[in-house]
Design a protein around this ligand. Structure first.
Ligand code: DUT
Length: 364
């Protein structure tokens, strides 16, 4: 099939960006750094502990702000602990020289969101976080603020990811409904399409044992972001069980890992993104709206029945979530072309065919 002109760049096109000097990295790429529709971004060698988060604004470089706001510089070459409640800025190894018709957007990796590590990509002259305007040329920085667990990171750790886009690629509602009819995007009897996205609701009925989710513990040991299956779940998480009512009272400022009631499907020619549910409907939100890869939940890629894992917080007031309540929406975009490798097929993918799944750092 011919590549579309507009759309999200697939793996091959991301590799080509390196070859043409549109993407520059201070070190050779890691083997699995290019994903089906995104590139993982790597931390550089130092972290700046800053007093507070900031936006550079139209007339400032990030480095200008760091000169003013940096309290201490931390060497990441051997690894260092980033503490909860503190804000750090880390220059990333990758930088950009995008063509005029190409923009990009960034998001925490799902593993980062599941650890409640708040991250946002910042560019020079930025007026928005995680958005890289068309034609941007310059460095990338990552703001990091661990919320629940202190973490160990090092030069090369991958916390955030970036997607590249040519033109406008978002599916309108009629197109989204048509795709849902042929491909079942969200396995719901009554698909709810509105606000440009298809709704996901929460499962609070639980599994056979009535497990509905996990609540992060406080004052834990540190999590090394680069190590898989290192930690015992129960040292970091309190399991939550249904007590018959299929509801959960969200405690403000606690962090919850929950799961969607519906299975989710991203066909190979599309990429999806979860957007938080309208906060006007309740003072809670899916905290880290994330990227969903082409092939996630796709049966030929081993994904049948994959649910979406949801990272949920309530703000200001306690809030009762009920089984089946809408908590987020998936928006879909066209890929420019089908990726060479789909999510779940030989990329070391951690979450294909997942149910209620904590991040890869924990062992059962
Ligand atoms: O809020 C989210 C975001 C994503 N996902 C799923 C869909 C996505 O395709 C998959 C992997 O996401 P990502 O690539 O961001 O995670 P990762 O940490 O890089 O894991 P992997 O190593 O499996 O790519 O997790 C969720 O369940 N919930």
């Amino acid at each position: 099939m011919m590549a579309r002109e507009t759309g999200i760049l697939a793996d091959r096109a991301i590799s080509a960006l390196f070859e043409t000097g549109r993407l520059i990295s201070e070190r050779e790429l890691d083997r699995d750094q290019i994903q089906p529709a995104s590139l993982d971004l790597r931390l550089g060698g130092k972290a700046f502990r800053v007093r507070a988060s900031f936006m550079p604004g139209p007339s400032h470089l990030v480095s200008d702000k760091l000169d003013r706001l940096s309290l201490h510089v931390i060497d990441l070459s051997e690894g260092a602990v980033l503490e909860t409640g503190c804000v750090y800025i880390v220059p990333l190894m990758e930088s950009l020289a995008l063509p005029a018709d190409m923009s990009a957007s960034a998001n925490p990796k799902s593993s980062t969101g599941r650890l409640d590590i708040f991250t946002r990509v910042i560019t020079d002259y930025a007026q928005e976080f995680d958005k890289i305007p068309s034609g941007y040329s310059g460095p990338l920085y990552l703001e990091i603020s661990p919320r629940t667990f202190p973490i160990v990171v090092r030069r090369g750790s991958r916390l955030s990811q970036i997607r590249f886009r040519v033109g406008q690629a978002l599916l309108g509602e009629p197109e989204l409904l048509k795709l849902h009819e042929s491909e079942t995007l969200v396995a719901s009897k009554l698909p709810n399409v509105s606000g440009g996205g298809i709704a996901l609701s929460i499962d609070l009925a639980g599994d056979k044992e009535g497990l509905i989710g996990y609540r992060g513990k406080h004052h834990t040991a540190v999590v090394d972001v680069d190590k898989k299956a290192q930690h015992d779940i129960y040292d970091f998480w309190e399991p939550l069980h249904s007590r018959g009512r299929n509801e959960l009272i969200l405690d403000p400022d606690e962090f919850y890992i929950l799961v969607s009631r519906e299975a989710v499907h991203v066909p190979p020619d599309y990429a999806a993104e979860m957007t938080p549910f309208d906060p006007l409907v309740g003072e809670f939100r899916v905290h880290y709206a994330g990227f969903f890869d082409p092939g996630f939940g796709h049966a030929p890629a081993g994904g049948r029945g994959s649910r979406a894992v949801l990272e949920v917080r309530s703000h200001e007031v306690p809030f009762i979530l009920e089984d089946g309540q809408i908590v987020g929406r998936l928006v879909y975009e066209h890929m420019q072309e089908k990726p060479a490798s789909l999510y779940g097929s030989g990329l070391g993918s951690n979450y294909q065919a997942q149910g209620l799944k904590l991040s890869k750092h924990f062992r059962i």
